[in-house]
Design a protein around this ligand. Structure first.
Ligand code: DC
Length: 229
């Protein structure tokens, strides 16, 4: 492809990035790359190895020991992507509160970020993609034709998460979910290495009162308005 269409979607926890990116990619026939899954996979590896998430000197070498790969979803998979560590599909192991916090922790390590960015650029090279994460517009695809900053109110994002995890942990209250979301927000936006931020050239979309269909529709309209579709 001569001029691949690359769309970067960044935003805080539960702003709808994954669902929206997956749907958008499907609708436009683009490759969906969910970069958070790679940080989650590293957190999973840390647990297997008994390394604590913030122990930078011991976390970083794990990236040389294991390969982390994003692949198309398994046929019977419940996610729109698959994450492999070596020869193991770990996709279903990555969506627990511990992996959420662990991935946020390992993502604060600058060497880890540098490695992940290079790997993610390699995965996207020459391809038309919808790529989502925290630093996609800033570092991974600074040349993306459309950079989107997807957001929603803290309460709405926590409520979405709570609904998502409710069956796994029925004891958790919405108030606790709000607190946990706030902690990850603070960590993701205040870390020294490439904190989450709205870039000056990003198009901001607040999804608080929007359905997923409305959000996908709004993005398609924006792509058309910019003559990208
Ligand atoms: O998108 P997610 O919530 O599954 O990502 C998990 C964590 O990984 C998130 O708290 C921050 C980190 N992350 C990152 O720092 N940069 C990315 N491009 C993607 C995720």
């Amino acid at each position: 492809m001569d001029n691949p269409l690359q769309i970067a979607i960044d935003g805080p926890v539960s702003s709808g990035k994954s669902d929206i990116s997956g749907r958008l990619a499907k609708e436009l026939g683009l490759t969906y790359l969910y970069t958070g899954a790679m940080y989650r996979a590293l957190a999973w590896i840390c647990v297997q190895e008994g390394v604590s998430f913030k122990d930078a000197p011991n976390v970083y070498p794990l990236l040389a020991k294991y390969s982390i790969d994003l692949r198309p979803p398994a046929k019977d998979g419940s996610h729109g992507f698959a994450v492999w560590v070596g020869n193991t599909d770990v996709t279903d192991k990555l969506f627990t509160p511990a992996m959420s916090q662990g991935s946020s922790d390992v993502s604060t390590i600058p060497q880890v970020r540098k490695f992940m960015v290079a790997r993610q650029q390699e995965l996207a090279r020459g391809k038309s993609v919808v790529m989502e994460g925290r630093d996609i517009g800033l570092r991974v695809l600074p040349q993306a034709q459309l950079k989107i900053y997807l957001t929603a109110s803290l309460e709405e994002r926590a409520r979405r998460r709570w609904n998502q995890y409710k069956t796994k942990d029925p004891t958790k209250t919405l108030a606790q979910e709000i607190d946990e979301t706030k902690i990850r927000d603070t960590q993701d936006t205040s870390r020294a290495a490439d904190p989450l931020q709205k870039l000056p050239d990003a198009w901001e979309l607040d999804t608080t009162d929007m359905t997923q269909e409305q959000v996908v529709d709004a993005i398609i309209q924006e792509l058309k308005r910019r003559n990208l579709l």
